[in-house]
Design a protein around this ligand. Structure first.
Ligand code: SF4
Length: 751
């Protein structure tokens, strides 16, 4: 709990408030020094049970965003004379009227919803996303997972059965492993993705310090690679082939050993047959990695005391993302490293999502997108289909969009087409506190308070954490009195379509919670709980906090509403300002497995059916220049670029290329190059570096703040280049529908 509860601010005394940083999955604990209503300093909380004082430069964003003069605090309506502030009540009435009319005329699917990342890591409002989607009854729901994590979600769902994406993703037990193989990920800078791990550089370095081995495979010699024992370049898009060749080696050299998965897998022989053509020699030229190196890495991985392979963004946002994700888990399972200390483990969150009930085995593709027939996953469609769903006439065409804390014109593939699509919409509403590249096209913008002004519980990240902890953040500074939280905004938009139009927030929330409590009670028959008992126990609470308290009480350490008197409630977590440490990860495969067979499905048809496409690509022998992205330390999402700390140090938005390519193409370090793809062309400053593999160039994403009509005073002074002007929504991983963001064919020439 923060030492300063909302309402305690005022006067000039200095006080310290504790809050977990909202800007990435690492969830570092912060100590904010506050004077009156000003945040005067941000430091790492040395007593935080998980991060122990570690922070990266982005933590300063909590202060700078709170004080940012460009941040909106009240709804604004676009008019012929420019943006005009309007009261909250008028904003919600307008949304109800316009969406109501469009749904009546064109059906439920005429309204689309795109929910951005901050809804998860910044505010628990994402718990109200299903409420909104259900109220609108639309199939056109998109989220950022469909930009980058979808292949991993689908693969783990098919193999382990997690009924929601990310419910059965394993994380590396990095603090105990003897051998960490990182492919297509740069945790030293990203601080982990689908892996909550404060102090990534320290934890990576510790692997080597205790005598372990860190091996990195990436087309760029990343910051993580520079901490490693060895690094190997890999051609973008060939990760799946490499990993399947390593699995092939396990079978060929009789190194398969299932460990905890023994007797709990299906189709081991089908995997052996499937990887038979992927010999190291067959993939070497495609991957640009020598066959003996592939064999050596497979042998070393299999013979290590404990080992784990971690693949992330680079393995997902490419043409074979689902196959590459499959290869990562096959390697872990077939070497006996699943569900063991030092291997790939399942976190055990104290407030588990599964306590919400309704846990059928994972399924996807229950419906497909209307135009290009790409599959839904967990009720979401791939973001790569959004533009065509807006632009293609016919029944089910999207005519209005709700954008929830997202800037897809800088985060999703093919910005030009997406911008054209958004301009065609009859009604565009953004829940966002900035007028950025995307929200400038909105008819109405509803801002919500920044992290400094709302409380939070580390819910989603706890499902992906390398250690089990519990942390609650109070609101360090009180929000403006009339400003609704993000969950209230979602509920108020949904209420008229739930028959609750005139209800106040508490009444509407009670109706929502009654349903949630009924599901949760039904999921725990052994506790003999009723929904009425849960609702009565939590009658005075409201919003996500009430849902979290219920999940915590039903979770492995909870009091089960008095049935386990020594167990916890949310009040216990609030009473621990630096969090509660629940210890290292423990084996729990049997609790997690939720497939129809009750076993790990090693060879789902989705993967087997995609192998001919990979083999066909391997036979193409193209020599195109390929564009990849990269994470930079001072940025994660585009909204950060309006904060001054992001521009300190070396300017990061450069086109990196190898000296060999620079010589061949006649461009030089410090000069400019024109990069052209099927979808667009941009000019970027060149940085020549031996860290790039020849044949590959790299641009960071999220930049290009040069669109007309934005109100991002700081970002527009140094706009950078928009990498997603070059990425292509028509190039995608066929199994998941995820657009290719790493491995876009481009030409490069001096500008
Ligand atoms: S690594 Fe940086 S951005 Fe991520 S949580 Fe920690 S301080 Fe925040």
């Amino acid at each position: 709990m923060s030492t300063s509860e909302p309402g305690a601010a005022g006067g000039d005394e200095t006080r310290i408030a504790y809050r977990v940083c909202p800007f990435c999955e690492a969830t570092c604990g912060l100590a904010l020094e506050i004077r009156g209503r000003d945040i005067v300093a941000v430091r790492g909380d040395r007593d935080d049970v998980f991060s122990r004082g570690f922070v990266c430069p982005k933590a300063q964003g909590v202060k700078e965003m709170y004080h940012d003069p460009d941040r909106l605090e009240r709804p604004v309506l676009r008019t012929a004379a420019g943006w005009r502030e309007i009261p909250w009540g008028e904003a919600f009435s307008l949304i109800a009227t316009r969406l109501g009319a469009l749904r009546a005329a064109h059906g439920d699917d005429s309204v689309g919803v795109f929910a951005g990342n901050p809804l998860v890591v910044h505010d628990l409002a994402f718990l109200y996303l299903p409420v909104l989607a259900q109220a609108l009854g639309t199939k056109n729901v998109f989220n950022p997972a469909s930009i980058d994590t979808l292949p991993k979600d689908i693969q783990t769902g098919l193999m382990y059965g997690g009924w929601l994406p990310v419910l059965s993703v394993t994380v590396p037990d990095i603090d105990r492993t003897d051998y960490l193989l990182v492919i297509g990920a740069n945790p030293a800078v990203s601080h982990g993705s689908l892996m909550t791990m404060p102090n990534a550089p320290g934890r990576l370095t510790a692997v080597r310090k205790r005598g372990g081995r860190l091996v990195v495979i990436d087309p760029r010699r990343t910051e993580t690679a520079k901490l490693a024992n060895e690094h190997h370049f890999l051609r973008p898009g060939s990760d799946a082939a490499l990993l399947l060749a390593m699995v092939h080696t396990l079978f060929e050299e009789q190194l398969v050993s299932l460990g905890a998965a023994e007797g709990r897998v299906n189709d081991l022989e089908a995997v052996a047959d499937a990887v038979a053509p992927f010999t190291p020699e067959a993939v070497a030229a495609f991957c640009r990695m020598p066959a003996p190196t592939i064999r050596r890495l497979a042998r070393e991985f299999a013979s290590a005391e404990s080992a784990v392979c971690y693949g992330r963004l680079g393995t997902c946002v490419q043409a074979f993302g689902t196959l590459a994700s499959w290869g990562v888990d096959l390697l872990n399972i077939l070497t006996g490293n699943l569900d063991r200390p030092g291997g790939a483990m399942f976190p055990n969150p104290a407030a588990p999502y599964r306590a919400l009930g309704a846990a059928p085995p994972f399924s996807f593709g229950r419906w497909t997108s209307r135009v290009s027939r790409r599959p839904e996953t967990g009720g979401m469609l791939p973001a790569s289909t959004m533009a065509e769903e807006i632009l293609t006439p016919g029944e089910g065409q999207i005519r209005a969009m709700l954008l929830l804390m997202t800037n897809p014109l800088r985060s999703a593939a093919n910005s030009a087409t997406l911008e054209r699509a958004f301009r065609e919409l009859d009604f565009l509403v953004a829940v966002d506190c900035y007028i950025n590249e995307t929200t400038r096209l909105a008819h109405l913008i509803l801002p919500t308070p920044p992290a400094a002004q709302h409380g939070h519980f580390e819910f989603g990240p706890a499902h992906l954490a390398v250690r089990n902890t519990l942390r609650w953040s109070g609101a360090p500074v009180p929000p403006p009195p009339d400003a609704p939280s993000a969950w209230q905004v979602l509920l108020r938009i949904a209420a008229p379509f739930m028959g609750l139009g005139a209800a106040d927030d508490k009444t509407a929330d009670d109706a929502v919670f009654a349903q949630v409590a009924a599901q949760a009670a039904a999921a725990e028959p052994g506790l003999a709980l009723t929904a009425e008992e849960i609702c009565a126990a939590l009658a005075t609470a409201v919003g996500p906090e009430r849902i979290i308290d219920m999940l915590l009480r039903l979770g492995p350490h909870g009091d089960a509403f008095g049935r386990r008197p020594q167990g916890m409630t949310l009040d216990d977590v609030k009473a621990a300002p630096h969090g509660i440490d629940l210890g290292p990860l423990t084996p729990r495969l049997s609790e997690v497995l939720n497939t129809a067979s009750g076993r790990i499905e090693l060879a789902p048809p989705t993967m087997l059916n995609d192998l001919p496409r990979l083999r066909a690509r391997m036979a193409e022998h193209t020599e195109e220049m390929l564009l990849i992205g990269r994470r930079v330390l001072r940025s994660s999402n585009s909204f950060m670029h309006n904060l001054p700390f992001t521009t300190r140090g070396e300017w990061p938005c450069t086109l990196q290329m190898s000296p060999q390519d620079a010589d061949r193409l006649g461009v030089h370090d410090g000069g400019e190059a024109r990069i052209t793809s099927r979808t667009g062309s941009v000019v970027a400053p060149v940085q020549v570096t031996p860290d790039l593999m020849p044949g590959v160039v790299s641009l960071p994403h999220g930049y290009g703040h040069d669109a007309e009509g934005m109100q991002l005073g700081f970002a527009t002074r140094r706009p950078g280049v928009n990498a997603n002007a070059l990425t292509d929504d028509e190039a995608y991983d066929e199994a998941s529908g995820t657009a290719v963001l790493f491995g876009t064919p481009v030409t490069v020439e001096p500008a």
